[in-house]
Design a protein around this ligand. Sequence first.
Ligand code: E4P
Length: 218
Amino acid sequence: MKFFIDTANLDQIKEAQELGVLDGVTTNPSLMAKEGITGRNNILKHYVDICNIVDGDVSAEVIATDYEGMIKEGEELAELHEQIVVKIPMTKDGVKAAKYFSDKGIKTNVTLVFSVGQALLAAKAGATYVSPFIGRLDDISTDGLTLIEDIRLIYDNYGYETEILAASVRNTMHIVNCAKIGADVMTGPLSAIAGLLKHPLTDSGLAQFIADYEKGNK
Ligand code: E4P
């Protein structure tokens, strides 16, 4: 499973990259605003800065909601850097735009996906990635992981190549469960990725090894 980090924070992206397990980055307008990145030129520059840190795909979301606007904006984003993936909302115009970009060989990430029907449309449009938001489904007492399972089944039935990018991942167990179900990619915060490292038996075992070594090497 590929690991993407879901942030526009350059320090966190660097930290994940240095861990050696990072395959890409996803951003969205809220994450960019959280980092105080405003103004078109600053936003575009920030995407390039991210591409220069990470060795992998970087999703940059269009703001336009109409087809022509998405095409214009998406083409501008795609020209910024070869690692840019144009992130498009799951709407009627978004599906049309995903088809346009996939026909042109430009990578896309269809975002804000909450149902299998929407995921099926994204695959039909040739999207590179589909982003089901599991955490937001969990927030409204709907099982986000079941959505991933259902999309996996349908994509496997027909051999769709669109990669299932489990998004809105909130914690370490989300990552583990997405891996069990067969999500191709997960995107989550650094805290969820770092959580995979932790086990109390690792800590106590290491402390014992060091103590025993020091006893015999005084
Ligand atoms: C996906 O690409 C989104 O950026 C993201 O995963 C949304 O997560 P959230 O529900 O924690 O905001």
